[in-house]
Design a protein around this ligand. Sequence first.
Ligand code: ACO
Length: 432
Amino acid sequence: MTQRGTAILNLNNGSAPIELPVLSGTMGPDVIDIRKLHAQSGLFTYDPGFLSTASNSSTITFIDGDKGILLYRGYPIEQLALHCDFVDVCYLLLHGELPTPDQKKTFDAAIKNHSMLNEQLVRFYSGFRRDAHPMAVMVGVVGALSAFYHDSLNISDPVHREQSAFRLIAKLPTITAMAYKYNIGQPYVYPQNSLSYAENFLHMMFSVPTEKYEANPVIVRALDRILILHADHEQNASTSTVRLAGSSGANPFACVSAGISCLWGPAHGGANEACLRMLEEIGDVSRIDEFIQRAKNKEDNYRLMGFGHRVYKNMDPRAKLMRETCHEVLNELGLHNDRLFKLALQLEKIALEDDYFISRKLYPNVDFYSGIVQRALGIPTSMFTAIFAMARTIGWVAQWSEMVSDPDHKIGRPRQLYTGTTMRDVPGSYIK
Ligand code: ACO
């Protein structure tokens, strides 16, 4: 980052104006550096929800929400979705460049080397109710990885960090598929290292010991695209959670478990599940207006799931790609007349013509379509967010690693504006 100039803060209280550096990155808005503001003025800034605050610098992902641009390490998401697979994208996010064929081979082999779980960890599943939500199981099992790889891990060592990344990328599909198999009471299917990342996941989800399973290549490609589109999204709530948890030097598996907890919420990754449930609840094109009116009603806190985004004030580029994938998958599977897909297209059209949504720049986000694609792939609704977590793990671990390797990183410690009771004494009746 470079200093472009300064901003002058005049407090109008007789004190001298405060000069604050203005910093530029390579793209995107400049930032006012307020790190020394408290020391200079005794003031803090107030920004709940980080509406105007950059929490860190990063070289990984860039978003221009007004133009609908998403870049991983400089490459547009549209090009990556078309020309690369998820393993290329993992390498790119972790190392900064796309791999050469040899680098990819070595990387792929290194990941596959870690795809199995310690059998002790497999026993964790039986501690959960069969009907536990897969995200609850994921929080527990991924957090439990820290018990297996804590003593041998030195997070200051780049080789150890890379090994943690390999373990997380490799084990998440196994953990996710096992959560599903446990839920439906089928035997666990162990990873097959001869298969691609996406194919292996489908194999662990859908094969049974009694039959041969071969995944449809269109379905494999669709899943791979879901993984690429969800791989990273700069400082979103779950990534910021991973960074904050990691800022204390915590174990990366525990940090990723914290990220999964955050992702689960319906305002974040839980929106794909909530969106599909919403489409099912609407049920028919004739009821769209009723739900749009509810979303617009200030007295009702109902929201159209899959609409709106903190950063995108234009079409989410991932939603465009996901809509394309939707068409491809539904055509391939002979589901082009799918009721929910038609309903989704109609809902999108009506909302995009409505003043309420236009004036607030509320466009469909990636979750609006990813649920329909996943449903067509045979993935049950309750697993949608778990698959998002599996995809986002590479983003979380790349961001965690970037933070830990930065010699200037500090423990995250926000301040507050206290609005509680001022100092007072405990009442006499309590005094012994
Ligand atoms: N339906 C109806 N109204 C909405 C919606 C929605 N989905 N989203 C925002 N609004 C309205 C708000 O009521 C508010 O209106 P007001 O200005 O009249 O008060 C205005 O739009 C701005 O909304 P905020 O909540 O201030 O926007 P914020 O940036 O904080 O929230 C969020 C973004 C959480 C994504 C929000 O749009 C939302 O809840 N969407 C539905 C859930 C969803 O799809 N989440 C997925 C996010 S993408 C992801 O995680 C992969």
